[in-house]
Design a protein around this ligand. Structure first.
Ligand SMILES: [Fe+2]
Length: 229
């Protein structure tokens, strides 16, 4: 059997959709399979340290969360648009989010970084360097908001944890922020068990809607994928 034959039609479609529009949504996808099984069926799973590469995400009130985390800052309020692991030189390429317990009222929002780059001042972005507000492993690396490449490049965006590293950085951040405000947003509600979205984390920004009373039981599984099959 060749590698090609082993791929189910779903995985090839997912890869194509993600390439074209930055994400793919699979409704009630293999609802009875584990997050680990589905993640490794879809792509090459990135392992981060010990334990399962699939993490369970639950809404957490501010006081119960680590102070430096999104939950510690925003609690059950809206999480602003960002890319994951933006401080890494090579942030994880894809994010898989999968519904265990879902609510229509708490969609994940997506914004297309390719559109933002088109809207923003390209020169300002190219020169814009940012750095983490606090050292990462004792270092404050200088990073670009947008690092173009032949295929597309890498967008990193985390307004809360980054600050501009120079005047040009300030200009770039302002231009990016303004463009983010104007582009259309995609609302993805993971509601049924197995609803799964795969997001290109180097192109798309994501955000979480606020969690209204009664929806605190939301549970998503998250895995990072280095590539899609
Ligand atoms: Fe995130």
């Amino acid at each position: 059997m060749t590698g090609l034959e082993r791929k189910s039609p779903a995985t090839a479609t997912v890869r194509q959709e993600v390439e074209e529009r930055g994400y793919a949504l699979l409704k009630s996808y293999r609802a009875n399979s584990s997050g680990e099984e589905v993640a490794s069926e879809l792509g090459k799973v990135l392992t981060l340290g010990e334990g399962s590469p699939v993490h369970r995400l639950r809404p957490t009130p501010k006081d119960d969360a680590a102070p430096n985390s999104y939950s510690g800052i925003y609690g059950l309020d809206v999480f602003p648009f960002h890319t994951d692991m933006a401080h890494w030189r090579h942030p994880p390429r894809f994010i898989m989010l999968r519904c265990v317990v879902g609510f229509e009222e708490v969609p994940t929002l997506l914004a297309d970084g390719a559109e933002i780059v088109r809207e923003a001042d390209e020169d300002a972005l190219a020169r814009a360097l940012v750095q983490p507000r606090r050292p990462v492993k004792g270092r404050l690396p200088l990073l670009r908001i947008f690092q173009p490449s032949e295929s597309f490049g890498i967008i990193r965006w985390d307004d809360k944890f980054f600050r501009p590293a120079s005047r040009a950085g300030e200009h770039g951040v302002e231009s990016f922020r303004a463009a983010l405000g104007t582009v259309s947003k995609h609302s993805i509600a993971l509601v049924e068990r197995g609803d799964t979205v795969v997001i290109d984390n180097r192109r798309m920004l994501h955000a979480r809607s606020p969690v209204p009373p009664g929806c605190e039981g939301r549970i998503l599984e998250r895995a990072y994928l280095e590539q899609l099959h």
